[in-house]
Design a protein around this ligand. Structure first.
Ligand SMILES: [Zn+2]
Length: 196
């Protein structure tokens, strides 16, 4: 019997949606969910295509990052996921992507104003941005730990890299990741229109 089988299946299903919704290309990005009862984390494996992942490929980690179950290597960003869960007891899922509009804004290096949107699934008026740090490093995990300490932050850009989104469920985190990409793309289009 596979440990946390239904949580693993949820990661698999939502990972495929990340690709279908255009938020992830190839093997980029990662997705995790927390099992509140055990405190274990289920996270996507490193360097596997989302449409090839099955529940047994999802890696189960404890809160210190030790592998409890799974034969694959966990995503190299697992320490950033652990750092965020340590700060936020309301968060049960985290999605990290390199979605195109998020990367475009991350290259500008400024926080993004969302106040023009009448519907706002991330429930914050601006998207903060953390400084550039190499993927998978403690430096990046510490930047994210600091920004997500604020309980009102559900999304954050990483300079020159991509975006982290959190939610109380995997579905909510995915809906927010979709909203952020749509909103940032709309801002790009509106800036182009303003040039005319
Ligand atoms: Zn990344």
């Amino acid at each position: 019997m596979l440990l946390l089988k239904s949580l693993r299946q949820e990661i698999v299903d939502h990972g495929v949606r990340l690709v279908e919704f255009g938020l992830v290309k190839g093997r980029a990005g990662n997705i995790s969910a927390l099992d509140a009862e055990s405190g274990y984390l289920a996270i996507s494996p490193s360097r596997m295509y989302y449409n090839r992942i099955s529940p047994k490929d999802i890696v189960i980690l404890d809160k210190d990052g030790n592998i409890i179950d799974g034969k694959q290597k966990p995503s190299s960003e697992f320490n950033s996921h652990l750092a965020i869960y340590q700060q936020r007891f309301d968060v049960h899922s985290i999605i990290h992507t390199h979605s195109p509009s998020a990367i475009a804004f991350s290259l500008i290096g400024k926080e993004v104003d969302l106040s023009a949107f009448s519907e706002n699934l991330v429930e914050q008026k601006t998207i903060p941005i953390v400084p550039k740090a190499l993927p998978g490093t403690n430096e990046l995990a510490n930047h994210l730990r600091l920004v997500f300490q604020n309980p009102k932050i559900n999304v954050c850009l990483i300079s020159g890299h991509g975006v982290f989104v959190v939610g109380s469920t995997v579905s909510i985190a995915l809906a927010r990741a979709c909203f952020v990409e749509e909103a940032l793309q709309a801002l790009i289009f509106s800036k182009i229109l303003q040039l005319q």
